[in-house]
Design a protein around this ligand. Structure first.
Ligand SMILES: NC(=O)C1=CN([C@@H]2O[C@H](COP(=O)(O)OP(=O)(O)OC[C@H]3O[C@@H](n4cnc5c(N)ncnc54)[C@H](O)[C@@H]3O)[C@@H](O)[C@H]2O)C=CC1
Ligand SMILES: C[N+](C)(C)CC(=O)CC(=O)[O-]
Length: 472
């Protein structure tokens, strides 16, 4: 699949990373001679952040090309994303050029933050609004506005690259999310202009309180809880009257002039000027990754999107006639003061492989919910080669024994073609209500026996049965 990105600035760079790291070829068209350098910097950040959301490897990266000529970039693309500046005349000039060069089935999305499809298509290009959020390679939301069939096709493609398409029922200036953001932005500008708060104080007011709430429940569910046991009706009854109190200045906007720009920019420099934009991006990305990973535990918000995308990634197949039970990229959070993957994560990778093998023999989530599982009783890790952030790992699982309650596995952790570690592990089938060992369900035993039979003919792995300190 090929994506063309027209306009490779902040947002175009983010789109390029999102498609590229999901295996698409990406062609970028931007007249700025600095565009390639800037996108390379965004990509460096995206490569350390996006794979860290997943417990499985994303597809191999696609091919990235840069083009001075818009038509060369667009030709043959399945998706064209216009991301030029938010100036209607510029979009009106670029969109017909895209439509002329694109194939009839290509989706043309515009990143516009505020223009309606009817405004964009006054020049008749068939574009839809596909409005993303910065950083596009991490945040799943894309607001889709426009022709229903095109939006449905677009939604399918966006889910395939791990995004969350939200189709806006009716076109409106600034769609849904930017109307909300704009309201907060206007009020914040008033607070700074009137000398009530600094930019830093306003940011603390957001991130120490409601900012944390919104990532996991949004506005309405949060306020439902705030109504106490009587829920939303009580919340409305209590705070409804406040709408007519002088809590808000949203009806008018501060005059946009040089004084306001100077005031905000000076305070912002004092607040964050000690860090470069790329450093701030990395700080933001690390925090966002950690938050989305936390949300994966409950399936809330963006966490549920990543989990669903991960489940749809293709199976890894076999290696050396053994099932590949894990493929994943090493996140920087797995590395330590020695500059390589910390020992805990070898066991984590092996544990993920064992979980996958349990699923393959039918000891899956439903089986565990029915009160039966396997407990690990012993593991032995051999560290053979170093692993670094960004390396791709594959883990294979060999069954050494699997009769009765016992499940004896040998997981090999590969860094490309290098054997990085082996983990030999013994598990016992357990009844979760008595917490005592028990025989597995006959269906699990039967599946396991098949694997035992397949692996019985294989030579015993080098290193199986080793103890600490043993010479090779
Ligand atoms: N920055 C943000 O937070 C967000 C921006 N957007 C939208 O994304 C679009 C782009 O915004 P940014 O990336 O922030 O702007 P930007 O200024 O960072 O990038 C715009 C890019 O377009 C390029 N460009 C200008 N004329 C061009 C042409 N004729 N052909 C190809 N490239 C051309 C420029 O060289 C520049 O690299 C806007 O419509 C904006 O509303 C959407 C979501 C968030
Ligand atoms: C400021 N903005 C209107 C360009 C913001 C957006 O459109 C979305 C975002 O990422 O905040």
């Amino acid at each position: 699949m090929k994506a063309a990105i027209v306009g490779g600035g902040v947002i175009g760079g983010g789109w390029a990373a999102r498609f590229l790291l999901n295996g698409w070829d990406v062609a970028v068209a931007d007249p700025d001679p600095q565009a390639e350098r800037k996108i390379t910097a965004v990509l460096d950040n995206a490569r350390r952040a996006l794979p860290a959301l997943y417990d499985r490897a994303l597809p191999p990266e696609g091919r990235l090309t840069f083009h001075a000529n818009l038509a060369t970039a667009v030709v043959g693309a399945d998706w064209v994303q216009e991301s030029v500046p938010e100036v209607l005349e510029v979009k009106h000039r670029i969109l017909p050029m895209i439509a002329d060069a694109a194939g009839p089935n290509a989706i043309i999305g515009s990143s516009t933050s505020g223009f309606k499809p009817s405004e964009l298509n006054a020049v008749g290009t068939g574009a839809i609004v596909a409005h993303p959020f910065n950083p596009v390679y991490l945040l799943p939301l894309v607001e889709l506005v426009g022709d229903a069939d095109t939006c449905a096709r677009a939604a399918h493609i966006l889910r395939g690259v791990g995004m969350y398409p939200l189709t806006v029922r009716q076109e409106i200036d600034a769609h849904i999310a930017d109307r909300l953001l704009e309201a907060v932005w206007r009020e914040a500008l008033w607070l700074v202009k009137d000398g009530i708060a600094t930019t830093a104080e306003i940011d603390e007011a957001i991130r120490m309180g409601f900012g944390i709430r919104w990532a996991q429940m949004g506005l309405f569910e949060t306020y439902r809880i705030a109504g106490g046991e009587a829920g939303m009706a009580h919340f409305m009854a209590q705070f409804g009257p406040a709408l007519s109190w002088p809590w808000t200045k949203l009806m008018d906007v501060p005059e946009f002039n040089d004084d306001l720009v100077d005031l905000i920019a000076t305070q912002s420099d004092a607040q964050s000027g000690h860090l470069s934009i790329r450093e701030l991006e990395r700080l933001r990305d690390d925090n966002v990754v950690a938050m989305i990973r936390a949300l994966r535990r409950t399936g809330s918000g963006a966490g549920g999107v990543v989990t669903a995308h991960e489940a749809a990634l293709p199976d890894a197949g076999e290696r050396d006639s053994l099932p590949v039970t894990v493929t994943r990229q090493v996140p920087s959070s797995w590395t330590d003061y020695n500059g390589h993957m910390n020992e805990t994560h070898y066991l984590e990778a092996s544990s993920l492989a064992t979980d996958r093998f349990m699923q393959m023999i039918g000891a899956d989530a439903d089986y565990i919910a029915s009160g039966r599982s396997y407990f690990t009783v012993e593991s032995h890790v051999c560290h053979l080669n170093e692993v670094h952030a960004g390396d791709r790992l594959t883990v294979t699982t060999q069954v050494l024994a699997g009769t009765g309650k016992r499940l004896h596995l040998f997981n090999r952790i590969w860094r490309d073609d290098v054997l990085a570690a082996t983990v030999e592990t013994m598990l016992l089938h357990t009844d979760l209500s008595t917490r005592r060992t028990s025989d597995p369900d006959p269906a699990v035993t039967a599946r396991l026996s098949n694997w035992v039979a397949r692996h019985a003919a294989m030579p015993a792995p080098n290193g199986a049965g080793r103890y600490v300190g043993q010479r090779p």
